[in-house]
Design a protein around this ligand. Structure first.
Ligand code: GUN
Length: 284
């Protein structure tokens, strides 16, 4: 049976350090890290994520600025709001919860956020910086996954890593971070031939597909590490990942559960990025 990676422990250790740095910044420089979170519409999953971000801000003594906007909020209104937040000295990080309603263009919104406040690391400037390995912010989910892998003591260097999924928010940056750690990386997606075979070659398999029951035991090498980024609901409405956990776990060396795996780390890394944005302000 694979060891279950405890994100609770990894996350708690990191949050304690973030809280310490945050309090020091407030005491020494009078700067309280501030995070603005914008939610447009009533998507239930997004509402839960936004609530969890607010809770994390309370726990770490960050200032939370919340904007819960109606489904009908226009793109121009949203761009104006971001313009105001870009200039607000109390706001160090701006996060626009995705997905946005269809009448709002995601890329236009992302490009409007000041790169110094882009704590999601989605602005083209920050994406480019990640590509060359000289960056301020890392995207929260991939950065959290690297922390989870590191917590096991298993080295990424030289390993065969397979990432399933090529989204801008997880798959692509995940592959880049693994590459920075000297892994040999394969990115798979919906057009990939021989998907099962490629997955079964992985020492570290990261699944960011968004489909329940997607990764089955035949797709996993004996002794592999499996990281499950999926946040799905099964036939009974129960929260589950992409990985068929019960049949896959016995083959693995390490595996992340859903819930309680990658999810909690994402918010911790968001807090880390917001703190970093506030600390950069001090240095200026
Ligand atoms: N929706 C789901 N995950 C995320 C995330 O990490 N950032 C943003 N902005 N929206 C999301």
């Amino acid at each position: 049976m694979g060891n279950i990676i405890s994100s609770k422990e990894v996350s708690a250790t990191l949050r304690a350090k973030i809280r310490e740095r945050s309090l020091a910044l407030q005491e020494n420089c009078g700067i309280q890290p501030g995070l603005a979170v914008i939610l447009v519409g009533n998507d239930p999953a997004s509402q839960i994520y936004v609530r969890n971000k607010q809770k994390a801000c309370e726990e770490l003594r960050f200032h939370a600025f919340e904007y819960k906007l109606s489904e009908n909020y226009t793109q121009d209104q949203l761009l104006d709001l971001i313009g105001v937040l870009n200039k607000d000295n109390k706001v160090h990080g701006i996060l626009v919860q995705l997905p946005l309603p269809d009448h709002i263009d995601e890329q236009t919104v992302i490009r409007t956020i000041s790169p110094e406040k882009d704590v999601d690391a989605l602005h083209p400037t920050n994406v480019g910086k990640i590509m060359i390995g000289d960056y301020e912010f890392l995207p929260c989910t991939p950065a959290g996954i690297i922390e989870l892998i590191d917590s096991t003591g298993v080295s990424i260097d030289g390993k065969q890593c397979v990432v399933v999924g090529r989204s801008n928010i997880v798959g692509k940056p995940m592959a880049m971070l693994l590459l920075h750690r000297n892994a040999t990386v394969t990115i798979c997606h919906s057009h990939t031939h021989n998907l099962a075979e490629i997955c079964a070659s992985a020492d570290i398999l990261v699944s960011a597909v968004g489909k329940a029951h997607f990764i089955t035991a035949d797709m996993v090498k004996e002794g592999a590490m499996v990281i499950d980024v999926g946040m799905n609901h099964d036939e009974n409405g129960k929260l589950c990942g992409d990985v068929e956990f019960d049949e896959v776990a016995p083959k693995t060396s390490y595996i992340t559960p859903v819930p309680g795996g990658v999810g909690p780390m994402t918010i911790t890394m968001l807090m880390k990025n917001t703190l970093h944005a506030a600390e950069m302000k001090r240095q200026k």
